[in-house]
Design a protein around this ligand. Structure first.
Ligand SMILES: [Zn+2]
Ligand SMILES: [Zn+2]
Length: 343
């Protein structure tokens, strides 16, 4: 079957590979849709991020959905023919963090398409994927695979929302509206936020989040002081979801979040400096949010029920044979919100 393998920055190839054998607890999924994520783009554009570098060829991809075409002898929860979204996260289940109920912090995590460990964990941009039964979450037959493939990034946002606590009646700022920021806008709306303001440095994604429900969308490159008025009275927002990983955005967040408010940092941005005196004196909470666990199933339900409508975020579905074009397009934020591969 065909797979999409990254060899080095800007070197992604479609190659043939044998389908791995099916264990008793495994299912074989014919993959239909695979979303290109920020981490996939980092491997494509830079060969990795931070300390994490590609050291061997790796199949990219971790946002996929498809059809079960074969099941192992011991599988009971999924049937042949079932449509599924595939959870790319495989915590070990027995390390200290797994046992404490924090499996997203697993010490022995295997997450699809990740070069964090050696050998790398191969990803899911393949025509046929073998995963465990517990990773295959059934979706309704009538749900588009392209919609179901949003379950992973939406799960990231649902986890971030839990880090923030109740959003009912809250004023929320989302900084950085790539796919994660845009899904954070949808999540905050669904969770009952009273007011949602979004910021970015590009007009195109801001136009999109305005259409999907942000009350205001501000271009902080064209108007560097666009958030200024929100810093009056020790700040305005109860919660900030910081999804850009930019130092300027985090510094702005500290100014415009109200005393006692929370900043949930989702974007990874390397070593950012924080205006610590303001953080201390306003008694702010600065909290990281990383991946997800049980939120994956919740995300599938939100998408399947239509409670969260992800479809406006999908820019284009590109055939696997044009994987290079797909990655170039995905890297152009003026033209693309979410690009998916048809596998
Ligand atoms: Zn992702
Ligand atoms: Zn573990």
């Amino acid at each position: 079957v065909k797979v999409a393998v990254i060899h080095a920055a800007h070197d992604i190839r479609v190659e043939d590979q044998e389908v791995p054998p099916l264990g008793p607890g495994d299912v074989r999924v014919r993959v239909r849709a695979g979303g290109i994520c920020g981490s996939d783009l980092h491997y494509y554009q830079h060969g990795g991020f931070g300390q994490v570098r590609l050291r061997e060829p790796m199949i990219l991809g971790h946002e996929v959905a498809g059809v079960v075409e074969q099941i192992g002898a011991a599988v009971t929860a999924v049937a042949v023919g079932a449509h599924v979204a595939v959870n790319p996260s495989q915590p070990c289940g027995c390390c200290d963090y797994c046992r404490r109920g924090m499996p997203n912090q697993c010490l022995d995590m295997r997450f699809y398409g990740s070069a964090m460990r050696m050998p790398h964990v191969q990803g899911a941009f393949r025509e046929v994927l073998v995963c465990t039964e517990s990773q295959a979450i059934p979706i309704p037959d009538e749900l588009a695979f392209s919609s179901a493939a949003f379950a992973e990034p939406l799960a990231v946002c649902l986890h971030a929302a839990r880090q923030a606590g109740a959003l009912l009646g809250q004023r929320v700022l989302v900084s950085g509206v790539g796919p994660i920021g845009a899904l954070a806008v949808l999540t905050a709306r669904q969770a009952g936020a009273r007011e949602i303001v979004a910021t970015d440095i590009l007009a195109e994604p801001l136009d999109l989040v305005r259409r999907i429900g942000a009350d205001r969308a501000l271009n902080v490159r064209e108007q560097p002081d666009a958030l200024q008025s929100y810093s009056a009275g020790k700040g305005y927002f109860d919660v900030v979801f910081e999804a850009s990983g930019s130092a300027a955005a985090l510094a702005a967040a500290v100014q415009v979040v109200r005393a006692g408010g929370s900043i949930i940092q989702i974007g990874l941005g390397g070593d950012l400096s924080v205006p610590m005196n303001v953080l201390v004196s306003k008694e702010l909470t600065l909290r990281g949010s990383f991946r997800f666990h049980e939120e994956f199933v919740w995300a599938v339900h939100c998408i399947a029920s239509g409670a969260i409508k992800v479809e406006p975020l999908l820019t284009e579905i590109v055939p696997l044979a044009q994987v290079r074009r797909a990655f170039e397009l995905a890297g152009d934020r003026r033209r693309a919100m979410k690009i998916q591969l048809a596998l």
